[in-house]
Design a protein around this ligand. Structure first.
Ligand SMILES: [Zn+2]
Ligand SMILES: [Zn+2]
Length: 387
C-alpha cells in the first residue's frame, strides 16, 4: 500500500481511539481557574497549530474535542483580558508558575538503551545512534524513547527535589503545588499561588537560576576573597545567618562541613587551588545538585501548555494529575485507550520490549495483532504503522 494511504489509515485509527477516550473519560479533563481568560490551542492530526481560541465552559471545550479530535490540546498558563486577540493585544493579567521535568534533560545512562532514531524524511527507524539515515542518508533524525523503570524513578526523584525547594526555600504552600504526568516522558509541576502569578519573565528567570544554583556566592558558605596571614587568597568567615538553609545547606552538606569546620573548609579550598578554583568547583557542584527543569518553559509567560486530561500524541498516554506520586505508574495509570485487537506493522527490525498496563509485550514480527493501546503507543512513537 502506498505511504500516503497507510498514513491516512494510521491517522484514522488514532483519531477513533482518541475520540473514544474523550467520550469515556471526559471527567479527567481538568478545567483551569479563570477558564474564560485562558488562551487555548490545538494541533489537528496532520496539520499545524491552531491558537488564540477560548472556551466558555467545559461543555464547549469537550464538544470541540469530540468533534475535531485534535492530536494535542494546549491551554495558556497565563490569563488575559482578551485571550482570543493577537498576543500584543491580549492584555496579560498573570500566569501560573510552571515547571517541566523531562527525561531528556536528566541525561540518564539507560536512555540510549531504549531509544530509537527515526528519519524525518523517509521514517526509517534505527535502534542504533547514528548521524545519518541508513536508508536515504538524510541527517535529520528524531530520537524517540520508550521509558524504563529507571527513567520513571529518576523523574519522580527530580519532582520531589523540585517540590522540596519550592516549599522550603521559596515558601510555597504544598497545597498550591500540583503534579502532572506529562503524557510522555516527564512531569509538569504547576504552582497556583497568587503571589507568584504576577511575576514577569525576568522574575521567573531568577527562579530558574535559583533552582539551577547559577552564580552561588562562595561567601554564603564562608569563603571570602582576601589575602590571609599565610598568603592564601581567601579567608574563611562563616555567615552569621548560618549554613542551615537553601543552597548553602546543600553545598555544606555535600562538603560535609558545618560552622565549626574552619580548618576543614580551608583545606578544601586549598585543594581546589584557592578562591577561584573553589568557586569553579562550587559551580560544578551546583550543576549536578541543581533541579533539572527546562528553563524555557518556566520563563515563558505566554506559553500554551499541554492540558491535563488530554492525550499526548507522542505516546497516546494521558497528561494527568498525580495525587500520589509514589504509587503513580505512568505506563499503567495514564494508559487509558481501548483494548480491542488491531493489526500493526513494526518499523523496527530488532525486538521492541515494552510494558503497558502491567502487561509485557515483545514485538518482533513485522505485522502482528496487539491491543489498541499498544498499537497507538507504538504508532505515536513512530515505531509502527498500519499497512
Ligand atoms: Zn531516511
Ligand atoms: Zn530508562
Amino acid at each position: 500500500m502506498s505511504g500516503n494511504k497507510s498514513t491516512e489509515k494510521s491517522a484514522a485509527l488514532l483519531k477513533s481511539a482518541f475520540r473514544e477516550y474523550y467520550f469515556k473519560y471526559s471527567k479527567l479533563l481538568e478545567i483551569p481557574e479563570h477558564l474564560e481568560q485562558r488562551e487555548f490551542g490545538y494541533m489537528p492530526f496532520g496539520s499545524g497549530m491552531i491558537r488564540h481560541l477560548s472556551f466558555r465552559n467545559r461543555g464547549d471545550l469537550l464538544a470541540t474535542l469530540i468533534r475535531d479530535v485534535p492530536a494535542d490540546v494546549y491551554c495558556s498558563n497565563a490569563y488575559y483580558r482578551f485571550p482570543t486577540y493577537p498576543m500584543q493585544e491580549k492584555q496579560w493579567l498573570g500566569a501560573d508558575l510552571i515547571f517541566d521535568i523531562d527525561a531528556k534533560d536528566l541525561h540518564l545512562q539507560c536512555e540510549l538503551g531504549h531509544s530509537y532514531f527515526i528519519c524525518a524524511r523517509c521514517s526509517e527507524v534505527s535502534s542504533a545512534k547514528s548521524e545519518v539515515c541508513e536508508s536515504c542518508k538524510s541527517t535529520s533524525l528524531n530520537q524517540t524513547s520508550i521509558p524504563c523503570g529507571k527513567c520513571i524513578f529518576a523523574l519522580k526523584k527530580e519532582v520531589r527535589r523540585l517540590i522540596a525547594v519550592l516549599t522550603t526555600d521559596l515558601g510555597i504552600e504544598e497545597k498550591s503545588v500540583s503534579v502532572y504526568f506529562s503524557g510522555n516522558n516527564g512531569f509538569h509541576i504547576v504552582v497556583s499561588d497568587k503571589s507568584f502569578n504576577p511575576l514577569d519573565s525576568v522574575a521567573r528567570s531568577d527562579v530558574v537560576s535559583y533552582l539551577a544554583g547559577t552564580n552561588i556566592m562562595t561567601e554564603s558558605i564562608g569563603v571570602r576573597k582576601s589575602r590571609d596571614n599565610s598568603g592564601n587568597d581567601f579567608l574563611i568567615k562563616f555567615p552569621k545567618s548560618g549554613l542551615s538553609y537553601g543552597w548553602r545547606k546543600i553545598i555544606a552538606d555535600k562538603l560535609a562541613i558545618d560552622q565549626s569546620s574552619v580548618v576543614k573548609l580551608s583545606n578544601i579550598v586549598l585543594r581546589n587551588g584557592g578562591y577561584e578554583g573553589f568557586k569553579s568547583e562550587v559551580g560544578k557542584m551546583a550543576k549536578t545538585l541543581g533541579v533539572k527543569i527546562d528553563p524555557q518553559v518556566t520563563m515563558d509567560v505566554h506559553r500554551i501548555f499541554r492540558m491535563p486530561g488530554t492525550i499526548n500524541s507522542k505516546s497516546g498516554l494521558v497528561k494527568m494529575r498525580c495525587d500520589d506520586l509514589e504509587s503513580f505508574d505512568p505506563l499503567d495509570d495514564a494508559c487509558l485507550l481501548g483494548s480491542r485487537d488491531v493489526e500493526v506493522k513494526s518499523k523496527v527490525s530488532s525486538q521492541i520490549s515494552l510494558k503497558l498496563r502491567g502487561q509485557s509485550f515483545k514485538i518482533k514480527e513485522s505485522t502482528l495483532e496487539v491491543p489498541l493501546f499498544v498499537a497507538v503507543y507504538l504508532m505515536c512513537k513512530g515505531l509502527a504503522g498500519i499497512d
